[in-house]
Design a protein around this ligand. Structure first.
Ligand code: NCD
Length: 304
C-alpha cells in the first residue's frame, strides 16, 4: 500500500499488523522516538479539524519526523488565488515525504495520487470516506472487545453524509459474523452503495426506525452528529436521535458507546462518566494508530 485513500484498501492482516504496532507505540513510545527522523510530512487541510490534524501532527513529531502544515488551506493557501488542488499537490510533494490531505471533495485524495510521487493519506474527503478514523475506530473495538469478528454494531445519526460511518462499515466488512444495525432520522439514511457493499460481503444491514429496535446486547453503539454544514441550507428532518442516560440504561453493561467527535447534542453529557462511554479514549487511540500508519507507509524507507 503506497497511499491510503479508502477503507477498501484494508485487509484483516494489515489491520492486525497496525493494531500490534499501535499497541507497541502506546506501551513503549520512546522506542519510536526517531524512527522517521529524516522525513518531512505535510498536513494540508481544506476543511476544519481538531482531532485528526492534531493527532496526525503529534504522531509525526513523536516519530521524530518534521512537519509542514496549512490548517486552513481553503482560505489561507493558493486555493484562494485559484490554484487547483492538483497543482497544489504537485508543489507540496516537492517539499515533503508524505501528504496528509483533508478536502471538501469526496474524490480529492484519489485525484491527488495521480500526480503525487509521495504517499497521500486521506484524512477525510467530503461525504465520502475517512479511512484513518475507521482505523482508530476498529482499533478501539479490538482493544476493548479483543476481537472484531462476531460483533454487533449499531450506527446512528447522519448515515448519509457521515464519512466516518462509510469507512467504518467498509472496515467491518473484512471480518466474519458481523451484524450491522442502522438508525437515522428521515432523509439521512445510509446510501444504497454501502448497503450493497455489506451485502456483497455477506453482511445484512438492518435499517431500524427507533432506538428500542436495537438489540440490548449490541456490542457497539456508534453515534455521529448531523453534518449540517453539508446540507446547503436544507434543514435536517425532525426526529434527532439522542442518547441520554435513560436510553443507555436499556443496553447491557458490555455495550460500548462510541462517537468520532465532535459531538453536538446527540449524546448527553451526563453519559461522559458512564464506563461504557469510550469516545474520549477512542479519540486518544487516534494518535497511536496514526503513528503506526505513518511508520508503515514511511518507515520502510528509513535510512535510505
Ligand atoms: C469527523 C469528520 O471529520 O468526518 N471528525 C473526525 O475526524 N473525528 C466527524 C465529524 O466531523 O462529524
Amino acid at each position: 500500500m503506497k497511499h491510503l485513500i479508502s477503507s477498501e484498501q484494508f485487509t484483516a492482516d494489515l489491520l492486525h499488523e497496525l493494531f500490534v504496532l499501535a499497541d507497541q507505540m502506546k506501551s513503549h513510545p520512546r522506542d519510536f522516538d526517531d524512527v522517521l527522523k529524516h522525513k518531512v510530512v505535510a498536513t494540508l487541510f481544506y476543511e476544519p479539524s481538531t482531532r485528526t490534524r492534531l493527532s496526525f501532527e503529534s504522531a509525526v513529531q513523536r516519530l521524530g519526523a518534521k512537519l509542514i502544515s496549512t490548517e486552513n488551506a481553503r482560505e489561507m493557501s493558493s486555493a484562494i488565488k485559484g490554484e487547483n488542488i492538483l497543482d497544489s499537490i504537485r508543489v507540496v510533494q516537492g517539499y515533503c515525504d508524505a501528504i496528509i490531505l483533508r478536502h471538501y471533495e469526496n474524490d480529492a485524495a484519489r485525484k491527488a495520487t495521480e500526480v503525487a510521487r509521495v504517499p497521500v493519506i486521506n484524512a477525510g474527503g467530503g461525504t465520502g470516506e475517512h479511512p484513518t478514523q475507521a482505523l482508530l475506530d476498529l482499533y478501539t473495538i479490538h482493544s476493548f472487545k479483543k476481537r472484531i469478528s462476531g460483533t454487533k454494531v449499531a450506527v446512528l445519526g447522519d448515515l448519509k453524509n457521515g464519512r466516518t460511518i462509510h469507512s467504518l462499515l467498509k472496515g467491518l466488512a473484512l471480518y466474519s459474523d458481523i451484524e450491522v444495525y442502522g438508525l437515522s432520522r428521515k432523509g439521512l439514511e445510509l446510501p444504497d452503495e454501502y448497503i450493497h457493499y455489506l451485502k456483497d460481503r455477506g453482511i445484512t444491514y438492518h435499517a431500524l426506525s427507533s432506538l428500542e429496535d436495537i438489540p440490548v446486547f449490541v456490542d457497539v453503539l456508534y453515534h455521529t452528529r448531523t453534518q449540517t454544514e453539508r446540507m446547503n441550507g436544507e434543514q435536517a428532518g425532525s426526529g434527532e436521535i439522542i442518547i441520554d442516560q435513560a436510553a443507555m440504561n436499556r443496553f447491557s453493561d458490555q455495550s460500548l458507546l462510541m462517537h468520532p467527535l465532535p459531538r453536538n447534542q446527540e449524546i448527553a453529557q451526563e453519559l461522559d462518566s458512564d464506563p461504557r462511554a469510550i469516545y474520549f479514549r477512542q479519540s486518544e487511540n487516534g494518535l497511536f494508530i496514526r503513528m503506526a500508519l505513518l511508520y508503515l507507509l514511511l518507515g520502510a524507507t528509513v535510512g535510505r
